[in-house]
Ligand binder design. Structure first.
Ligand SMILES: [Zn+2]
Length: 273
């Protein structure tokens, strides 16, 4: 794979459609740790204690404190020039560009990425969903902090303990008064149908000449499958990542900070950001 910006620029401006797949490495440049790298007191918990439907049923107080801490950490982080470059590219290219993100931190939204240009494969921290099977209440873009007064102390900090919060003091549905849950995809849950549908539709319609793979090794389904499909149809792959990742014979690899690389890579379309 090459790291030649000139040949990348030529391919970019002649591409009919572009796809981007975003992963945790993009947020890492904003100082946001990954789920696995969650700090402080949460280190001693296993993912099954915090991020499964069973965990929520067993101990909604614990799970809500974990997600409140993550919401707080995400809100404290600032979108960087890489997020802004992608947002601007989406603004310019409209329906010829689709971004699939594995990130739940809302940083792309806060960089003003157009909402209809981004698909959240794993949901996001700022969407709340009702747990009542018969109620379809869903609220997105809720950046209120704290969600309830009882969650005000939730933190990634080592010195803050987990509290026992009564269920009545956790977030509840304004329509049916059942417990709300974070709108993220938990382990053991399937990915949102509308997200998968949108991605499939965009790729299978053809003409995707370029995939930007940012901050992810993209070795897991469905991301790996999407890249494979585009490559099979003759599209090229450009990887932006700190780590060496999957090698695509026909494409580019820009190793390092995506906050630095993306503005340079997209400059012919978006100008300077
Ligand atoms: Zn409800």
């Amino acid at each position: 794979m090459s790291n030649d910006l000139r040949s990348f620029h030529q391919h970019l401006i002649s591409s009919r459609k572009v796809l981007a797949i975003l992963g945790a490495g993009l947020s890492a440049s904003s100082g946001l740790s990954t789920f696995r790298g969650a700090g402080g007191l949460w280190k001693k918990y296993d993912a099954v204690d915090l991020a499964t439907p069973e965990a929520f049923e067993l101990d909604p107080s614990l799970v809500w404190q974990f997600y409140s801490a993550r919401r707080k950490a995400a809100l404290a982080a600032v979108p960087h020039r890489g997020h802004k470059a992608l947002a601007k590219f989406s603004e310019r290219w409209g329906n010829r560009f689709l971004t699939l993100t594995q990130n739940v931190d809302g940083l792309s939204e806060r960089a003003c990425h157009p909402r209809d240009g981004i698909v959240h494969l794993h949901g996001d921290l700022f969407t709340l969903k009702c747990t009542n099977f018969n109620c379809r209440y869903k609220e997105s873009g809720n950046f209120r902090e704290p969600l309830t007064p009882a969650l005000a102390n939730a933190s990634m900090d080592d010195n803050v303990g987990v509290e026992r919060i009564p269920e009545s003091q956790l977030p509840h549905c304004p329509q049916c008064n059942t417990l709300l849950r974070p709108g993220v995809v938990w382990f053991g849950e399937s990915l949102p149908y509308d997200a998968i549908f949108r991605a499939d539709e965009y790729i299978s319609a053809g003409d995707v000449d370029l995939v930007l793979v940012v901050g992810t090794s993209a070795t897991v389904w469905p991301a790996a499958g999407y890249i494979e499909e585009v490559a099979q149809r003759g599209g090229k792959v450009a990887v932006f990542n700190i780590d060496e990742s999957t090698k695509w014979p026909d494409g580019w690899f820009f190793q390092g900070d995506s906050a630095e690389w993306l503005p340079k890579a997209l400059e012919p379309v978006i100008g300077r950001v």
